[in-house]
Design a protein around this ligand. Structure first.
Ligand code: TNX
Length: 537
């Protein structure tokens, strides 16, 4: 059925009408410039890699890929006398390319990629995409000249592992997917009301208590399905060794891992582990078992700030990321309103209200993070009560937070919940789709999103560092369903993050390239959504 639907999709309404029936050679994201020429290059087991940077991780990546698919591949030095059947990977000369840029040339005699660092890696990803899914002994690659570089420096994909927990093996599979589509920031949402998922040595109860809850059978809190509990213990967390392993795995693929430690809200799991973190330490707390917002937030007291500094110190030792995500969204401020301590603090610090207190909280954390040479990033509610001086804003409640932050000359990552980049929303008519959170984000809507708002003046637009899609997992309990929700939409995300607007073409993307990639994704064992005939979205 899958294959039938793919065919239906490929041959149907989306067929591009251009004379060139495959102008981008199935490359996703579409490159900046691609010129086809005649002839093919035959890849075989005898094809040799020649390079001026032999121990480079990109070269090892390509060599292992070729070895796995076509048998052993030799790596040697550049040898200008041996010009036949070679793949030359050259860093010399790459200085003049834009960041992340590469040049790829395929002729009947050989392949050359010029690129440095991430650029060389992206050239290799493009080359791999040009290789056929069928691993025949003599794969034929089309002759072509490609010049390419990314539109945005930050190309992000998020994964919520609090609402549901996913294994290290699966996280790596997710990272593999990001790497092949040239995404470069993995936003790992590690803590929330429903589970604390990162081992912190100084506070063992965070995982002993905070990583466990009674299992929620999936229901829909703003729909007619009730949430149900069967009281089976549910949980999981990553040890620091596992985290180090993931960070290295990602770095080998030029992916930075942005850890998120939520504060001062979305903190029920931490408060359940250490009630001293709340404004009412005598209260009884438990890890949240249902979806939605929770009232028991961190109290801006000495215990909390010491805790936060200790936690962030361990986090920064594990994650080399310049950006450290401190959350900041949906802070229910009732507990602060009721707390005599908070009300006194508001007066003492001459703050206006609880929003001012939230800003004070975030700014104090920012000072600490900055003192370690890192920067904070937070959801757009960190604008409330005044932005911390060096904060990057992740705009999710629409674009307005991002616009306001850019106008204040703060860096911005766009991920507006209403623009298609919330991959927890349905990809088609919700009654035909597996249960998801409210919202409609079909492939075309994702594809058409432009992260640079027209409302910004040209000198403000440069603060838009990039774009991200988010996957919240309240209704996503299995790895299969994670893949279903992100595929094929992650391919559209890649194109909005990388490809110049002028090169985008939805009919060609959805009608030609996506179907070709679904075949590759099948071969690699990914589950994805196929457009249904009914409704054809
Ligand atoms: C809002 S997006 C949240 C998440 C939920 C999501 C569901 C954001 C910063 N906060 O905690 O999972 O809605 O779509």
């Amino acid at each position: 059925v899958k294959y039938f639907l793919v065919l239906l999709f490929a041959s149907g309404v989306f067929m591009a009408s251009a004379q060139d029936n495959n102008p981008n050679l199935n490359i996703i994201p579409a490159p900046v410039s691609l010129k086809k020429s005649t002839g093919t290059f035959s890849l075989s087991m005898e094809t040799v890699i020649q390079t001026d940077t032999p121990s480079n991780k990109s070269i090892i990546f390509l060599a292992s890929y070729l070895t796995a698919n076509w048998g052993y591949h030799k790596i040697g030095a550049i040898d200008n006398s041996a010009t036949n059947n070679v793949i030359k990977l050259v860093s010399a000369g790459a200085e003049s390319l834009p960041p992340g840029g590469y040049h790829l040339s395929i002729t009947p005699n050989g392949i050359t990629i010029i690129g440095k660092g991430a650029g060389l890696f992206y050239g290799i990803q493009t080359l791999i995409q040009l290789m056929p899914v069928e691993k025949a002994a003599f794969a034929k690659l089309p002759c072509v000249e490609i010049d390419d570089y990314p539109r945005f420096a930050y190309r992000g994909m998020h994964l919520d592992v609090s609402r549901h927990f996913f294994s290290i093996a699966f996280v790596k599979k997710y990272i593999d997917l990001m790497a092949s589509y040239k995404l470069n920031n993995f936003h790992w949402h590690l803590t929330d009301d429903q589970g604390w998922r990162i081992e912190i040595k100084k506070y063992p109860r965070l995982t002993e208590v905070g990583s466990k809850r009674a299992r929620t059978l999936i229901g829909n809190y703003h729909d007619f399905y009730p949430q149900q509990y069967d009281n089976t213990p549910y949980g999981g967390y990553y040890t620091q060794d596992e985290i180090k392993d993931v960070v290295k795995y990602a770095a080998d693929r030029y992916i930075n891992v942005v850890p998120e430690i939520e504060m001062p809200g979305h903190s029920e799991a931490a408060v359940a582990a250490y009630p001293e973190l709340s404004c009412d330490p005598k209260g009884s707390y438990k890890v949240a078992e249902s979806w939605g917002g929770f009232p028991d937030i961190y109290c801006p007291n000495d215990y909390t700030f010491k805790f936060m500094e200790d936690v962030l110190t361990e986090v920064m030792a594990l994650f080399p990321s310049k950006l450290i995500h401190i959350g900041g969204d949906e802070v229910a401020k009732e507990a602060w309103r009721k707390s005599a301590f908070c009300q006194k603090l508001i007066k003492k610090l001459k703050l206006k209200n609880e929003e001012g207190l939230q800003s004070y909280f975030i700014q104090r954390i920012e000072k600490f993070v900055n003192s370690k040479g890192r920067s904070i990033i937070g959801w757009d509610e960190i604008l409330q009560g005044g932005l911390a001086p060096n904060a990057t804003v992740m705009s999710w409640t629409g674009e307005s937070g991002g616009i306001a932050a850019a106008q204040q000359h703060h860096n911005v990552i766009m991920t507006p919940g209403n623009a298609g980049v919330y991959f927890d929303h349905a990809q088609g008519f919700s009654y035909l789709e597996p249960l998801s959170i409210g919202g409609y984000a079909p492939l075309q809507k994702v594809y058409n999103y432009n992260p640079v708002p027209g409302a910004l003046a040209p000198d403000e637009q440069k603060y838009i560092m990039g774009v991200q899609a988010n996957l919240w997992t309240e209704y996503i309990a299995t790895e299969d369903k994670v893949e279903y929700m992100v595929l094929p939409r992650m391919l559209a995300l890649a194109e909005i993050a990388w490809t110049p607007v002028a090169n985008k073409n939805y009919a060609e993307f959805a009608g030609i390239r996506v179907p070709a990639h679904l075949g590759k994704l099948d071969a690699e064992g990914y589950n994805y959504r196929v457009a249904t005939a009914v409704g054809a979205v």
